[in-house]
Design a protein around this ligand. Structure first.
Ligand SMILES: Cc1ncc(COP(=O)(O)O)c(C=O)c1O
Length: 453
């Protein structure tokens, strides 16, 4: 935050230069609101015209932008295609222009070196590729068979293939939640969900987690508020890395069966890290099959740009979703489905994904152990992310940025209706290939950093 009394200069050019330096060294973050011209003028004892001239120079240089009555802000990078929380999550946490990012642990995406080679798969499937017709089945029969044989619960009514987990979840919510409905969701949880619920006009009801997954108490309390849907991440929960135990899955299903109106709620399960998660594949569909839409993404195991996930659930939801999708993208490219089927059945890529899962496990275990030695407890995380408790989120990110390490802000992972606010940062430790002890030490030091200015 800019405190006018700390400005030394009293001339337009001098003030503009000082503020530009504060932006450049990260003391003022993109998106921060600046005090009003009148406030600054009064504090510094200069005329409003002097401050306004400084503002004009900064706006001309592209450092600040005026948004009319909302105020004047440090300019953010032009990334309007990202949803609001995602912009915060990925904004530089510190003096990025001073120290270039040498180690990016902020992105939550898989290590490219761990993905199976696509060129081989494309070569193998090319002779089988078909241009397809509009009225063909949306899912290739062979892929359909593979998905249903490997699904964590038997007897699922309908399967389909969608363009990633978020596509499947967003389309499921469109079917089951209306404007004003409540939707229970983990907090901390995936920021895209909070932005999605906001876009749909739904109210998030926070669910708490312990080391075995969402707690039964928080689910019971959420169900008492009669949500239309509950979104769960059964494995490698983003950001905490918690995987739900089979016992917890059963206990949660019991809570749903016992709650008044519990049989009306739709459970959406986001198995976003499916094939790279080490924990058992769990689903509440074993107990409440008519209520569960389970989504298995291949983004983390086979690459986010494939944009492919499998989705299975009750026909009353999934058939409608498929029919609605026919009026938009239609289906997920059958050419890509053929590639995915090849990657899921050819021994080469199958072995590579299995190895990737073991390597991620090892990377997270090593980092969690190293952090524990430095007094930082991140539990026993699965997947690729760690949720690191810190004294102050911004100070921790700035401290790390000064050493060239980028991590994600933790606050966007909190549901807006959650009153727990313990600060954290999210660290994609699955991307770390070397220097575990050194990075753990930097993280532990950053975790202790006191709030800045
Ligand atoms: C919890 C969660 N859900 C969904 C996704 C997005 O998955 P997809 O690429 O399949 O849409 C991610 C990606 O990081 C995630 O962390």
């Amino acid at each position: 935050m800019l405190r006018p009394e700390t400005l030394e200069s009293r001339t337009p050019l001098g003030m503009a230069g000082e503020i530009a330096r504060l932006v450049a060294d990260g003391s003022l973050e993109p998106g921060e609101r600046l005090p009003t011209v009148r406030e600054i003028a009064a504090t510094l004892g200069v005329s409003a015209g002097t401050v306004a001239a400084a503002w004009r120079a900064l706006a001309d240089a592209g450092t600040i932008v005026s948004r009319g009555r909302a105020g004047t802000f440090v300019r953010t990078e032009p990334r309007e295609w990202l949803s609001p929380r995602v912009q915060v999550m990925t904004s530089p946490g510190g003096p990025r222009r001073v120290e270039p990012v040498r180690l990016d642990l902020s992105h939550g995406t898989p290590d490219p070196a761990m993905l199976p080679a696509l060129e081989d798969a494309f070569t193998r499937v090319a002779p089988r590729a078909d241009t397809g017709r509009y009225h063909d089945l949306p899912v290739l029969p062979e892929l359909h068979a593979h998905i249903s044989e490997t699904w964590p619960a038997p007897g699922v009514e309908t399967f389909t293939v969608v363009d990633g987990a978020l596509d499947g979840i967003s389309r499921t919510l469109e079917q089951v939640a209306r404007f004003g409905d409540r939707v229970a969701v983990e907090s901390p949880g995936f920021p895209y969900f909070f932005d999605l619920l906001e876009a749909l006009g739904a109210e998030p009801v926070p669910l708490a987690l312990d080391r075995d997954g969402v707690t039964t108490g928080s689910l019971a309390r959420a169900l008492a508020r009669k949500p239309a849907a509950v979104i769960l991440q059964p494995r490698s929960q983003n950001p905490t890395g918690i995987s739900m135990t089979p016992e917890r899955a059963r206990a949660l299903a019991q809570v749903i069966m016992n709650a008044p109106d519990g049989r009306r709620v739709t459970i959406i399960e986001d198995d976003h890290s499916a094939l790279i998660s080490s924990a058992p594949d769990v689903t509440l569909a074993r107990w409440v099959p008519n209520q569960v839409v389970h989504v298995r993404s291949f983004s983390k195991s086979h690459g986010p740009d494939l944009r492919i996930a499998a989705l299975g659930g009750p026909a009353r939801v999934v058939d409608r979703l498929v029919a609605r999708r026919m009026l938009g993208p239609g289906w997920t490219s059958r050419l890509l489905q053929t590639v995915l089927l090849d990657l899921l059945t050819d021994p080469g890529p199958v072995a590579r994904v299995r190895t990737a899962r073991l390597i991620y496990r090892d990377r997270l275990d090593s980092m969690a152990t190293a952090l524990r030695r430095f007094g930082v407890d991140v539990g026993d995380p699965d997947g690729i992310n760690l949720w690191v408790p810190v004294v102050d989120e911004r100070a921790a990110r700035m401290r790390l940025a000064a050493s060239g390490i980028a991590v994600s802000a933790g606050s966007p992972y909190r549901a807006p209706t959650d009153d727990v606010t313990t600060p954290h940062i999210r660290v994609t430790a699955g991307a770390l290939t070397a220097n575990v002890r050194l990075v753990a030490e930097a993280l532990a030091e950053a975790a202790e950093a006191p709030p800045v200015g």
